[in-house]
Design a protein around this ligand. Structure first.
Ligand SMILES: N[C@@H](CCC(=O)N[C@@H](CS)C(=O)NCC(=O)O)C(=O)O
Length: 110
């Protein structure tokens, strides 16, 4: 089972769409950014950057839990690490989502 910590923002939705497209079962834990829920000690333990989205795959490599943050990394994880559930159509959607992510400029580069 995968836990997804996200909000209804573009990055949160990108991760959610990636999991959906891969047909992965997950439990959504909504994080209210406006209430600072991303800055609680519990959340910062998942992602020291205090940003959504984050997933915890309780059946990660070797059967051990793994935590992944960054929407593009979550897409790669869903696509590459769990390929057994991938459909060809899903691959196209994920390539598109990754392309959008990789062309986004970070604030530092503006
Ligand atoms: N590069 C990261 C960016 C993540 C990001 O910017 N998350 C925003 C919401 S879309 C966030 O958590 N903002 C709260 C904050 O920075 O305090 C990704 O693609 O996941």
């Amino acid at each position: 089972m995968i836990d997804l910590y996200a909000a209804g923002t573009s990055n949160g939705m990108r991760a959610r769409i990636g999991l959906e497209e891969c047909g992965l079962k997950y439990t959504l834990h909504p994080i209210a950014l406006e209430k600072g829920e991303n800055k609680t000690p519990q959340f910062v333990a998942l992602n020291p950057n205090a940003q959504i989205p984050v997933i915890v795959d309780h059946e990660g490599p070797g059967g051990k839990p793994v935590t992944v943050s960054q929407s593009s990394a979550i897409l790669v994880y869903a696509w590459q690490v769990i390929p057994r559930r991938i459909l060809i159509a899903s691959s196209a959607v994920l390539i598109g989502a990754l392309a959008v992510t990789s062309t986004k400029r970070s604030p530092a580069s503006r």
